[in-house]
Each structure stands twice: as structure tokens, then as C-alpha cells.
Write a protein that binds this ligand. Structure first.
Ligand SMILES: O=C(O)CCC(=O)C(=O)O
Length: 286
């Protein structure tokens, strides 16, 4: 990652590398998706657009489990997982020892597919996806790396973001979240098949514009985290106390005792403890 890239990343919260995949690599990844087209999951309309008028459309389309596809179909995605161009930049963005957290899936939008409201804005503070600086170094806890398998031209939709929003200190206006009154701050970067975009997942405000292109949007998303941040994926499954620890160790524990025995996972809502006026410790959202 050179100084120019570092400047752009720190300033905007995203970075695009051009022309990274070869024509053959793009073809192999697209062929793998075509081969599993009957397994593409189609969501309910407007689950992602919520109350937005601008982002409305038909249900989102995604194929999950790309690393688990039977060989040779998993190979293009396993190569992307540790592609040298990605590794050398993530080492700077997230620090040494970063890890793959969840994904990858391919977004396979057709004309009319809905968007996704703008989300992630560094507010409220969530350390497992936050961006900060110390000792003249930057550190981002959560980075998404998205590979483009088809072109994304101006106005066609797809990934969109508010550049610089990872440094904003104020809540996002509702009109920006829905894009119904985006104040001109939301952009949709143009990309070509073979390009790759990094964005500060959670720190930067980002989302998806509805797909307007005649061809399919095909973008493959990999979610990385720094060495000690844990977000979702398998962490969610292994976090419950009886799985994370030995069953016997947690057997007979109170609800409050069990609440501190969860393994690390950012998306669990069951572990918040509170102390009442009389000193009773209890689970708030159990
Ligand atoms: O590439 C996109 O459509 C944006 C995806 C997104 O919002 C996310 O991964 O949180």
C-alpha cells in the first residue's frame, strides 16, 4: 500500500484497485456461479430498502458458501481469499494477523433488484468495526473486500457510500440513510470486472443502490477483521457458553453467570448485564 493509496483510504474510507483479476480468473468465477445458479437465494422484496422509496425493488439475490463449493468451483474464491494484492493492503489497514470473519457471497443482482439502506457510520462506537489512529498508524477493525465479476457503470447501481463518513461525529440524517434526500453526499463508484474495492465496513456509511444495469451485477464480498475482533460467521455458532466452554463447567450456572461465559461474537444480544439498586446482577436483554 503506497502513500497515495494510504491517503485516499484514510480520507474517504474506501479504495479501488483496478484490473486485478485476469480475464480467465473472471471467467472461472462466473462459471462457478452459473453452475450453482439454482442455489441463488432470492430475498423478499424491500427487506433491505425498508422505508426508502429510492432503494425499492425486487428481492436481493445472493449465492452463499463460495469457499465450500465442490472443487474446482471453490478455487477462484479461495484464490481471492489470500490474493497478494489484498493481503499486502489488509496488513496495513487491519494490522498483522488479520482474519477472515464471514462470507464470501456473491451478489447477483438483476435489473430492478432493490438496494440496501445506508448503514455503518462509526456512530454509536462499535470497536469491532471502528477506525482509529495511534502512533502514526491507522487501524480498521473491519474491512470488506469486494471483487467485481461484471462492470458497474455510472448510474447502474450497486455499492454506494458516503466518502469521509468514518470521520463524521454526528448521526446520519434519515434522508441520507434512505437516499430519498441524500444531500448529494452518497456516491456510486464506477468499476470494471476484475476491479476490487476495500471499504471500512461499519466505520464508513455504505449501502447499495438498486440495480439498473441490463446485465447481472456480480460482486463477491469477503468480510475481514483485525486479529482480535469477532463479528459473525462461525463465531455466532460457537459463542453459547455450553459450546465455547465444557458443558460441565457451565452446568447449573445462573442466567447472569452464564451471560459472562459466552465466547466472543459482536452480534449476540443476550449478554448484557446490569446491576440493580439493591446490588442484584441481572441480564438486561436476556
Ligand atoms: O456492495 C454492496 O452492495 C454493499 C454491501 C453492504 O452494504 C455490506 O456488505 O454491508
Amino acid at each position: 500500500m503506497d502513500k497515495r493509496e494510504r491517503y485516499f483510504w484514510d480520507l474517504t474510507g474506501y479504495l479501488i484497485l483496478r484490473d486485478i483479476l485476469t480475464v480467465d480468473e473472471i471467467a472461472a468465477a462466473n462459471e462457478a456461479i452459473d453452475h450453482h445458479a439454482d442455489q441463488i437465494h432470492v430475498g423478499k422484496p424491500n427487506e433491505g430498502a425498508r422505508d426508502s422509496q429510492t432503494l425499492r425493488g425486487t428481492g436481493q439475490r445472493a449465492l452463499h458458501g463460495l469457499l465450500e463449493l465442490a472443487a474446482p468451483y471453490c478455487e477462484p474464491f479461495r484464490k481471492m481469499l489470500v490474493h497478494p494484492q489484498v493481503i499486502m493492503r489488509l496488513s496495513v489497514m487491519c494490522g498483522a494477523g488479520f482474519r477472515f470473519d464471514h462470507g464470501p457471497w456473491v451478489t447477483d443482482s438483476v435489473k430492478g433488484t432493490e438496494g440496501l439502506i445506508m448503514h455503518g457510520q462509526g456512530e454509536p462506537h462499535r470497536p469491532f468495526v471502528a477506525y482509529h489512529h495511534q502512533s502514526n498508524k491507522m487501524h480498521c477493525s473491519g474491512v470488506t473486500v469486494t471483487w467485481q465479476l461484471s462492470d458497474i457503470n455510472a448510474g447502474e447501481g450497486g455499492f454506494s457510500c458516503v466518502p469521509g463518513s468514518h470521520k463524521s461525529r454526528f448521526p446520519m440524517p434519515h434522508g441520507v440513510q434512505t437516499c430519498d434526500d441524500d444531500m448529494g453526499v452518497v456516491i456510486q463508484p464506477e468499476m470494471k470486472a476484475g476491479d476490487v474495492i476495500f471499504f471500512m465496513d461499519g466505520a464508513q456509511t455504505h449501502g447499495t443502490f438498486p440495480w439498473r444495469g441490463e446485465h447481472h451485477r456480480r460482486s463477491v464480498l469477503f468480510k475481514y477483521a483485525d486479529r482480535t475482533s469477532v463479528r459473525a460467521g462461525v463465531a455466532r455458532e460457537i459463542a453459547p457458553p455450553e459450546i465455547y466452554w465444557e458443558e460441565e463447567l457451565v452446568e447449573g450456572m445462573t442466567e447472569a453467570q452464564r451471560a459472562v461465559m459466552y465466547g466472543p461474537c459482536s452480534s449476540l444480544q443476550t449478554t448484557k448485564l446490569t446491576v440493580d439498586g439493591d446490588g442484584t446482577v441481572r441480564v438486561e436483554n436476556g
